[in-house]
Design a protein. Structure first.
Length: 392
């Protein structure tokens, strides 16, 4: 046999079992054709193998017959299943799993089972309102048959059945049919929905508390999962930018852009507040918004394409502060109302044990972060322009 986990032959030629197993997995066409005890071993032999042929049997003799020829064991027709949805979007009896699954995904209080006969399935559905079997003809829950994927033996060609009904089974070629436990359809064992990605059903979720596989709620299905945009142990990286449409002109409008990462809720795109709509004020305001958003005890690294804004916040302010916020000409420092709060915030962060660092980068030089911040700033300026046009 293939390995220690498959069957072995004694000196007398008799088959013996090395460990208890719930079934026998016969791989007739695969990497190493053999009979295996575990589904995981079987999966290794068929995953990625084109035109793999395999089946599970309850007895060793059936598995051996399948391996030796295409006799009755291999040609045994599959049993038709009826999927009864007692509580779901549209209660009724379905003859294919995808149609039944569409009625229960995201539905609270789902109740469904699979049956070998239509009569049993209809009786289960009828029990929804306490009806009896004789009342079924008057109920609207039964649906027209759709040709089942299990109606012919060929329809199940290539299907795999797991080694334990308590374990989640997966398909590798889209032809798996749901396993059942006492007639209940086990979540995660049926055909994958059309929107499945990488062989995973996005409509189900693992509950870490009780270990069950459950259907996601509507809120979970529609929720967007945020991804971290920086290193966990490093500084929070932020790109800032300002944009002014008609900079230097009387009717100029400006916008502010702060970029933390793709789809990050902390991203900022807004018009520059105030009556002075200059590019420099927009650049400084973007930095101010960034340092205000990040928690005071976190390291920050800000990328900006404004050398003026960086110098104001790291070097020039020291002399301005000593001179009472006057420049070398004795005039009041321009944009002090933005620069001073930024400096105060940086110093507060330093007292909390964290640093605020700046890095200059050339604008429009193929930096994805800078390009994203610029787009946010431009969008803010355009919004300001629209607001101005509406007000007139």
């Amino acid at each position: 046999m293939a390995d220690a986990k498959s069957l072995s032959t004694t000196s007398s030629g008799e088959k013996k079992r090395k460990r208890a197993a719930p079934g026998y997995y016969a791989v007739k066409v695969g990497r190493r054709p053999d009979i295996y005890y575990s589904w995981s071993d079987t999966l290794e032999q068929i995953t990625g193998f084109k035109n793999a042929v395999h089946r599970k049997f309850n007895s060793l003799s059936e598995a051996e017959a399948f391996m030796n020829n295409d006799g009755p064991a291999a040609a045994k027709p599959l049993q038709q299943k009826f999927y009864a949805v007692q509580s779901g979007r549209v209660p009724g009896v379905y003859t294919d799993w995808p149609s039944a699954q569409a009625q229960i995904v995201g539905w609270k209080g789902v109740k469904h089972k699979s049956f070998a006969t239509r009569a049993e399935a209809e009786a289960f559905v009828a029990a929804r309102k306490g009806l009896t079997y004789s009342d079924l003809s008057a109920t609207p829950y039964s649906r027209d048959d759709v040709e089942s994927e299990a109606s012919t033996p060929d329809a199940r060609k290539g299907c795999k059945v797991g080694d334990s009904p308590s374990k989640k089974q997966k398909r590798n070629d889209g032809s798996a049919v749901a396993a059942t436990i006492s007639g209940d359809i086990e979540l995660g064992t049926g055909l994958l929905p059309p929107d499945a990605e990488d062989g995973f059903d996005r409509t189900i979720i693992f509950n870490p508390i009780n270990g069950d596989i459950e259907y996601k709620t509507e809120a979970q299905l529609s929720a967007q999962k945020l991804q971290p945009t920086g290193e966990f142990s490093g500084p929070i990286i932020i790109y800032t930018d300002g944009s002014s449409l008609g900079n230097g002109k009387a009717r100029a409008v400006a916008g502010v852009g702060v970029y933390f990462g793709s789809n990050d809720p902390r991203n900022v795109s807004e018009p520059l507040p105030g009556t002075r709509q200059t590019n420099q004020r927009a650049e400084l305001t973007a930095i101010q918004r960034a340092v205000d958003i990040v928690p005071i005890d976190r390291e920050v690294l800000i990328y900006s394409d404004s050398n003026y804004a960086i110098k104001c916040c790291t070097e020039w302010f020291t002399k301005w502060r000593v001179n009472g916020w006057k420049n070398a000409s004795g005039k009041s420092v321009d944009n002090r109302d933005i620069i001073e709060p930024i400096v105060n915030r940086i110093e507060e962060r330093q007292l909390a044990g964290a640093q605020t660092k700046f890095t200059w980068l050339k604008g429009h030089a193929n930096s994805p972060g800078n390009a994203a911040a610029d787009a946010l700033a431009v969008n803010g300026a355009r919004e300001a322009k629209q607001m101005l046009a509406t007000a007139q």
